[in-house]
Every structure is written in C-alpha cells, then in structure tokens.
Design a protein around this ligand. Structure first.
Ligand code: GRF
Length: 226
C-alpha cells in the first residue's frame, strides 16, 4: 500500500518516530554544506511565518564544520552540530551522522544545500521523513549547477522541486514543484536570484503542508534490499 511520510500526529508512542516535543511541534533537523540561505528562510518562517506553531528547529547540522550556514545558525541561537565528512567512507560517516542527529530527536530531516548523497544507512534511519529542495525539475536535471543549466539553455522557466530523498541523486518522489519565470533574465545571477526567491518561500510552504497532513500520499522512497 502506498504510504507517504507520516505526519507527527500519526506517530504515537511506539511508532517509528514518536512526536518528541511536548509542544506538539514537528522537530526539524536542517542539514547544509554551504551558505545556508534556505536554512535562514526556514528559520524565519518558524519564527514568524507559515511554520510558526507547527515546527521548531531541533538542530542545524553540517558535514563542513566551517560552513557559513552553520555559523549563521549558531549566531541566531540554534543548536548546531557537525561531523567532518572529509576523508570518510560514506556508510561510516553516515552512521556517525545518524547517531548525532538522533540525539536531537528530529521528526523531519530537511536538506538545504547538503552536498552529500545519502547512504542506505541514513535513508532507512529516517525513512520517508527526509526532504530536499532542488532548483530544477528533478525529472529533467539532477545534481549540481541547476541554475547554470537553466541559464545556459536559456530556459523561459525552471521548476523548483521539493522531494523526498532516496539513495539516488535527486531521484526521490516529488512532493511539489513551483515555477520560476526566467523570461528576460540577463545574467546567471539574475536566474539564481529569481530562483532563490521562490525557494525561500516554497520550501517552508510545502513543509507546513506536509506537517499538517495536507499533501497527497506519496510512495515512500525505495531503499536497497536489507
Ligand atoms: C539551493 O539552490 C538549493 O536548492 C540547492 O542548494 C542550494 C543551497 O543554497 N539544493 P543555500 O545554502 O540554501 O543558500
């Protein structure tokens, strides 16, 4: 039977991820590797926007200890954590990250510029509760440089995609897409500026709808056989 990500309300005691916060808010672990503009946008929506009263930031995590986004999160007073991925084997590194994140009892893992492909160890630990935002239609473009791709091909439009994460590179089930009008864009910077403006609203909107149980059920991402 198709099963989408459970809303916090669906996960009671003994469920795979009991709602941990006495506040009843969904606990977010936001993962990033770089500047963190999506993390900052989500934080703003948690404080005073569509995620207010629905979600709280349990931790901001990075695989790059000196990532600018991690520093920005710490300055805002959020809990931060990091495990350096450099020189590490993927599965071993991910096992360490899972152990670290579990200390913060997250309900959702929210990838926001997290430059890692997740191993089966990671996907299984948070199955159906890992989201990513990609700056293109993931059916047309996967991986890095999505805005460059849109610019070089002079696309009149691109689609920001929020999807569940599986073991592939931007291959998980799509939750929602938002168009970005690129007509008349004159530079790559212009393309990126228009796209990020959409990303920064859209990610929080979709997350809010997911937490409220308003999104259509999506087949859970596949994991390799046990
Ligand atoms: C964003 O364009 C996001 O869609 C992609 O990586 C970029 C991260 O930017 N996955 P930021 O660190 O959130 O500013």
């Amino acid at each position: 039977m198709p099963s989408g990500p459970p809303s916090p309300a669906e996960r009671g005691p003994g469920g795979e991820a009991p709602l941990s916060a006495p506040t009843g808010k969904a606990r977010l672990a936001i993962l990033l590797s770089g500047r963190g503009s999506n993390m900052l946008a989500l934080a703003r929506e948690v404080r005073e926007g569509v995620l207010q009263g629905l979600a709280e930031i349990a931790v901001v995590f990075s695989n790059i200890p000196e990532a600018a986004g991690l520093q920005a999160a710490a300055e805002l007073g959020y809990a931060t954590a990091s495990v350096d991925s450099r020189g590490r084997k993927r599965a071993e590194f991910d096992a360490d990250v899972v152990a670290k994140l579990e200390q913060f009892r997250p309900d959702y893992i929210v990838l926001a510029g997290y430059m890692r492909i997740l191993s089966p160890t990671f996907i299984r630990a948070f199955a159906g509760r890992i989201l990513n935002i990609h700056p293109a239609d993931t059916h047309q473009h996967q991986g890095l440089h999505a805005y460059e791709w849109a610019w070089e091909n002079r696309l009149p439009e691109t689609k920001i995609t929020v999807h569940l994460v599986d073991e592939g590179l931007d291959t998980g089930p799509v939750l929602a897409q938002a168009p970005v009008d690129l007509r008349g864009a004159e530079t790559l910077e212009d393309v990126e500026r228009r796209g990020l403006a959409v990303e920064h609203r859209f990610y929080a909107d979709i997350l809010a709808r997911l937490i409220r149980g308003e999104l259509p059920k999506t087949p859970a991402p596949a994991t390799a056989s046990q």
